[in-house]
Design a protein around this ligand. Structure first.
Ligand code: ADP
Length: 415
């Protein structure tokens, strides 16, 4: 509801039909502008709520992954490397790792447009990246009964990259090739040096991409064809993430296709590492019992019992003395009689949250020197700042890799 008033300074002034038309037109235009503003606000609000929903969804998906990952680490302890069970567990561990990163990507989707994804760079060989990507996509390629040809030079090509992110980029392209190629197709993954770049190509002989769609497919939520005639689902965010991640590495990605049903080629260019060096061996995270390492007293606090049990068991197997608590008040009760060197503390706890427990610990004379580790599903800068302010020494995002926890333990045993 609204009104537009026209006033004249002359009392004798009379408005005629022509002026009425102008006034009506003006009022109609103003009404449309107001309506557009309301719609725009509603859209902005919905967009914000979508971002919040994605972040919450990713957080909830992360929780069950922590105990699964800990359980796998426990099962791997003491198994010889060639053992079929160990190979299977290692594969499951890698796949869980990949899933963790997918969940992270879901979180990134709401942040990716603002360029807030942080890379964890190391020197890696392109061959290792290609192999890991093939392994990740193997099931999709096998399901499609496709022939996979991998053509990567024996001479090592090194890039300074976030290993998981680039594996994700290549696996994404391989998955798409498998998805958009009819059964029995051919997929090729090749790599070669070109000037200062490593050039990696994923080619398929599948559905292809219409020329007019080629410039658009890297845009968020773009999919060729309507969802009704698509047998393969998807969110239409894969290629957006691919492009953003490649660009974060200082590289480029492009797509070519001779046309529908004539296959597609995706080309990724990443700058080669400048000085000679060797790739990181990337410890697979095998948990060996640490013979001779000093025994620590550790309190694990998590209301997710599976997460607490599995982490406690993992730490016990490594020779530490572990106690558990499942809410804030229980943690404080345990601390009346148990003096830990380290407390691993979940933040979202019933009764009293992790921040409050941390503040109480820091406020107590006997416990002031204990090392406090926050183990939480939230990993944004704002969350890290809050844990720092509450007195935590470390902030680990669930599911924490056992190597990350070991790094913390090492700093303690050095003290
Ligand atoms: P989606 O989740 O839909 O696969 P992507 O961002 O990965 O989202 O891809 C966007 C669109 O680009 C896809 O919906 C598909 O139409 C097209 N596309 C991607 N890769 C290929 C390919 N190898 N062959 C044919 N079309 C492809």
């Amino acid at each position: 509801m609204g009104g537009v008033t026209f006033l004249s300074t002359s009392a004798a002034r009379r408005y005629g039909p022509a002026e009425l038309v102008v006034a009506q037109d003006l009022a109609a235009r103003i009404a449309v502008a107001i309506e557009n503003t309301i719609l725009y606000r509603t859209l902005q609000e919905q967009d914000r709520r979508k971002d919040e929903f994605l972040a919450t969804l990713a957080h909830e998906l992360r929780n069950p992954l922590a105990p699964i990952r800990n359980g796998l680490q426990i099962l791997r302890i003491g198994r010889p490397p060639g053992d079929p069970a160990e190979r299977t567990l290692a594969m499951m561990d890698r796949q869980i790792g990949q899933m963790v990163h997918l969940v992270d990507d879901l979180m990134d989707v709401s942040r990716v447009s603002r360029g807030k994804v942080i890379l964890r760079k190391e020197r890696v060989g392109v061959r290792a990246l290609a192999e890991a990507a093939v392994e990740t996509s193997r099931q999709m390629i096998e399901t499609g009964k496709h022939e996979l040809v991998v053509c990567v030079p024996a001479d090592p090509l090194f890039v300074d990259a976030d290993r998981t992110r680039l594996v994700q980029v290549l696996a994404n392209l391989l998955n798409n090739a498998a998805k958009y190629t009819p059964p029995g197709g051919r997929i090729e993954l090749s790599a070669e040096p070109r000037g200062a770049d490593a050039v990696v190509r994923v080619t398929d002989n599948g559905l292809g991409i219409p020329t007019e769609m080629l410039p658009k497919i890297f845009e968020m939520f773009t999919q060729v064809g309507s969802s009704l005639d698509r047998s393969q689902g998807g969110l239409g965010i894969g290629l957006t993430l691919v492009r953003r991640l490649v660009e974060l590495h200082g590289g480029t990605v492009s797509a070519e296709s001779p046309g529908p049903n004539r296959g597609s080629t995706f080309t990724v260019r990443i700058p080669l590492a400048v000085e000679a060096g060797t790739a990181s061996t990337h410890p697979p995270g095998t948990a060996e019992p640490s013979a001779g390492a000093p025994k620590l007293n550790i309190l694990v606090v998590d209301d997710n019992r599976d997460a607490a049990d599995s982490l406690a068991l993992l730490l016990e197997v490594k020779g530490h003395e572990v106690r558990m608590a499942h809410d804030g008040p229980e943690a404080l009760r345990v601390l009346e009689t148990f003096r830990p060197d380290l407390i691993v503390l979940d933040i979202g706890l019933p009764g009293m949250n992790g921040y409050e427990v941390a503040r109480r610990v820091r406020g107590s004379t006997e416990l002031r020197a204990v090392t406090l580790v926050a183990l939480t599903g939230w990993g944004q800068e704002e969350d890290r700042r809050r844990t720092r302010d509450a007195g935590f020494d470390y902030h680990l995002v669930k599911p924490a890799d056992v190597t990350e926890i070991e790094k913390v333990l090492k700093t303690l045993t050095k003290k």
